[in-house]
Each structure stands twice: as structure tokens, then as C-alpha cells.
Design a protein around this ligand. Structure first.
Ligand SMILES: Cc1cc2nc3c(=O)[nH]c(=O)nc-3n(C[C@H](O)[C@H](O)[C@H](O)COP(=O)(O)OP(=O)(O)OC[C@H]3O[C@@H](n4cnc5c(N)ncnc54)[C@H](O)[C@@H]3O)c2cc1C
Length: 402
């Protein structure tokens, strides 16, 4: 261990925790990150693996979120070319599709402007003569297909790469290290964590709670008592099925509820997701698993668009996984998570001299911007240091692939 007093201590080795570790180390601070299991063992290996602005967030006019994500997408395409790849996305529109061509064209125009009108933000309507090239997409009653560009990553590899970058700047990582308690005091924070049979104590000037779906469980272990932000945990499932899509990603409207569902090429197979199912807050987030109803919903959606997937034998489903979104809480139990804001909420114990900062929600895509916002909030509580790097310029590589 580098020292017994860290400038920044972080709970959680998902994309947000490692992002804060990188930003803090780049700003010249001493950093310790605690992860109870392995890096990206929570939501950050169970996402849809898209580095995107989120076209559908335009429906809720979340313009600043989309703009920020598109800016971050551009940085990731430059800094992590082995991990983040631009791919064509296709939006098929049939006679009965609820989002009509005019709406899609306006949405893509706005998306393109927010993306800076560069080559990555181009889009067009594919001519009818090209439709037969689209991986067996059903062309019956098909009226239009729009093609635009967004990016795909390996979320777990990206998380490892950001942590690797943080470590190369001096940050310390402890995996298999479960945070058990912390006390805020006039000097900063005293922290205890469990590693194997050992209970280890250390001190930090600031503590960042980046525990994802466990965020409020962590908060409960901090004294004096903290007031948790009300949240809902919304489960999202994916299935992986046989068959490789060769033309990119398909953005489908689920026939039963008109939600967006993606079919994506993934490691020689096809990844289909996702769903939105309210998760019982009394359940352990570590136990999240796809429900039979979610698997059926995803199979029905992909079969609706790709006739080859109709009557799919169960053996063609290779695997399925689920993760949990942290969304602002609501008393509305109608399951309308789809339209809820996806902005990250940062909550602190104090307005200026912050000892504890908690991250709620967020996007994989915007992790760097979120981490820099965290650092800005923590700065008044940290010693003045000379930055050693700029996170906008750091290249990222999966340490397992070097
Ligand atoms: C289904 C789904 C699809 C998504 N798709 C996309 C997408 O395509 N693009 C996109 O940009 N975003 C996407 N997101 C959002 C994105 O995946 C999440 O915002 C992000 O992964 C959350 O990361 P995190 O670091 O906050 O949490 P997590 O990745 O869950 O990390 C929290 C970590 O904290 C650790 N931890 C918990 N308690 C303790 C403790 N006591 N001690 C030590 N460690 C602890 C956990 O083990 C875990 O590793 C998706 C989310 C979901 C659920």
C-alpha cells in the first residue's frame, strides 16, 4: 500500500470507480480503489456495450446528455481505437412502425448536429436495392431503412483499460476488498475494509461511493448517517444467440410495447437487448438474472424482424445476462423506465468541504466526463497538485490483450 492517507478513496471497480481513479491520478492525487470482487463484475460487464449519444434520449429532449455522450464517443474513438469501434446502425421502418420516417429523419438530423456534423455523424436512407444485403431483415411491408453510425465496445475490457491507465499514473487497486464501514471526521474519512480474513483500516481526505446498484447499501455503512437519494433499480436483460450479423447493428421497435431493442454482432454471435423490469429493492443486486418473460420478449422482437429467428430452438440461445440500472426513484409503478432521465446525479455530504461524494446512475459512454465532474467537486477538499496527465488525451488498451 502506497500510504495510509489517500487523497481519494473509491468504492467500486465499475466504469465510474475506475474513471474517478484515472481522473484523480491524472490530477496528481494519491488514489486507492476498493472492489469487492473483480473489475467490472457489476453492471459494467452487463450493458448493451454501446458507446453512443443515445438517439432515443432525443425523444425526452435530453439534449445535454446526448451532446456530452457524443463528445465522449469522439474522444473514445480517438483514444481507444482497439476497444471502441464505429459501426453502421440500421433503423427499419415498416407500415406499422410507430416512429415514422419524418420523425426518424429529424431525430437523426439533430443527432448529427449534436455530434458535430463530422463523418461519424453522417446518416442516410438506404435505397430499396440495398435492402436484401441486410442480414435477412424482413422486407415485407418495409417502407424505409435509415443508416447512421454509433460505436460498440467491450464494456469489461474498457473498464480494465481505464483502471490500467489509472494504475500507470500511480493509483492503487485492491480487488477482493469489501468496504465495510466509514466514519466522516474533521480530517476526512476513516475507512475499514475486508480482504480475505483481514480487516484493514485506512484514511482518506475524500471518499467516492461508486458502488453502482449497491450505492445505498454502501451509504448505510457510513457515519454520521447519510440521506440516500431515492432510487429504483431497473433490470435490463440480453440474450446471445447463434448467427453473425455482418452489416452492423439493428435498432428495432419491439412490437409489443414500441421500446427500442438492439440486435448487435458480438463475438461471432448476435447479442439482443435490452429490457426494463423493476427489480425488488429488497433483493441482493448480485443476484440479478434474466427472467423467462424477458427472454421471450427479446426472442419475439428479433424474430419479428428476422424471419430466420422464427421458431428458434432453445439450443440456439447461447447465453443470457442481466444488469441493473440505477434511476431516480419514482412512486409511479407503471414500469415507464424507458422515458426517465438518464443524467448522473452526484450527491455530497457538504456543499464545499466535501468528504463523501456518491455517484447515482450514469452512462458507460460518459464515464470520463462524470469522473472529471467528480474531481471538480472534490477539489476544495484536496491538496493542490500539479496534474500529471489530461484524461482527454490518455490512450486506453485492455491490459489482458497487450
Ligand atoms: C442493461 C443495461 C444496458 C446498458 N447499456 C449501456 C450502453 O449500451 N451504453 C452506455 O453508455 N451505458 C449503458 N448502460 C449504463 C452503464 O452500463 C452503467 O451506467 C455503468 O456500467 C454503471 O457503472 P458503475 O461503475 O456505476 O456500477 P457497476 O459497474 O455496477 O460497479 C459497481 C461496483 O461496485 C462494487 N461494489 C459494490 N459494493 C461494494 C463494496 N461494499 N465494497 C467494494 N466494492 C463494492 C461492485 O462489485 C461493482 O463492481 C447500461 C446499463 C444497463 C443496466
Amino acid at each position: 500500500m502506497a500510504s495510509n492517507l489517500y487523497d481519494v478513496m473509491i468504492i467500486g471497480g465499475g466504469i465510474h470507480g475506475v474513471g474517478v481513479a484515472q481522473a484523480a491520478a491524472a490530477a496528481g492525487h494519491s488514489v486507492l480503489l476498493l472492489e469487492k470482487s473483480t473489475l467490472a463484475s457489476g453492471t459494467s460487464s452487463r450493458s448493451s456495450k454501446l458507446i453512443h449519444g443515445g438517439l432515443r434520449y432525443l425523444e425526452g429532449m435530453q439534449l445535454s446528455l446526448v451532446h456530452e455522450c457524443l463528445r465522449e464517443r469522439a474522444l473514445l474513438l480517438k483514444n481507444a481505437p482497439s476497444l471502441v469501434k464505429l459501426l453502421p446502425f440500421h433503423i427499419p421502418i415498416y407500415k406499422d412502425t410507430s416512429r415514422r420516417p419524418g420523425l426518424i429523419r429529424s431525430g437523426l438530423s439533430l443527432y448529427s448536429i449534436l455530434g458535430g456534423l463530422n463523418h461519424a455523424s453522417r446518416f442516410r436512407s438506404l435505397s430499396r436495392s440495398k435492402w436484401h444485403q441486410l442480414d435477412g431483415l424482413d422486407t415485407l411491408e418495409l417502407e424505409a431503412v435509415f443508416r447512421y453510425y454509433d460505436a460498440q465496445t467491450d464494456d469489461a475490457a474498457l473498464t480494465r483499460a481505464v483502471m490500467h491507465s489509472a494504475q500507470s499514473l500511480g493509483a492503487t487497486l485492491e480487488t477482493g476488498a469489501q468496504f465495510i464501514a466509514a466514519q466522516l471526521n474533521s480530517e476526512g474519512v476513516s475507512i475499514q475494509y475486508q480482504k480475505g480474513q483481514q480487516t484493514i483500516s485506512c484514511n482518506a481526505r475524500t471518499l467516492v461511493n461508486a458502488a453502482g446498484p449497491w450505492v445505498n447499501q454502501v451509504l448505510e455503512k457510513i457515519t454520521p448517517e447519510q440521506h440516500p437519494h431515492p432510487i429504483d433499480l431497473i433490470q435490463g436483460a440480453h440474450i446471445i444467440i447463434e448467427g453473425q450479423l455482418t452489416q452492423g447493428i439493428y435498432y428495432m421497435e419491439a412490437p409489443s410495447d414500441q421500446r427500442a431493442v438492439f440486435a448487435m454482432p458480438w463475438q461471432g454471435k448476435t447479442l439482443v437487448g435490452t429490457t426494463e423490469t423493476r427489480y425488488d429493492p429488497a433483493m441482493n443486486p448480485g443476484k440479478v438474472a434474466p427472467l423467462a418473460s424477458e427472454i421471450n420478449y427479446l426472442l419475439e422482437t428479433v424474430a419479428h424482424y428476422f424471419p430466420a429467428y422464427r421458431n428458434l430452438p432453445a439450443t440456439e440461445i447461447c447465453s443470457a445476462f442481466a444488469g441493473l440500472r440505477v434511476l431516480p426513484g419514482t412512486s409511479n409503478h407503471d414500469g415507464a423506465a424507458f422515458s426517465r432521465p438518464r443524467e448522473t446525479v452526484l450527491q455530497s455530504d457538504h456543499d464545499s468541504a466535501i468528504r463523501l461524494l456518491t455517484i447515482y446512475g450514469g452512462k458507460l459512454t460518459a464515464y470520463r466526463a462524470t469522473a472529471e465532474k467528480c474531481l471538480k467537486r472534490l477539489r476544495p477538499s484536496l491538496p493542490t497538485q500539479t496534474p500529471v496527465a489530461d484524461t482527454r488525451k490518455l490512450t486506453l488498451q485492455d491490459p489482458l490483450k497487450q
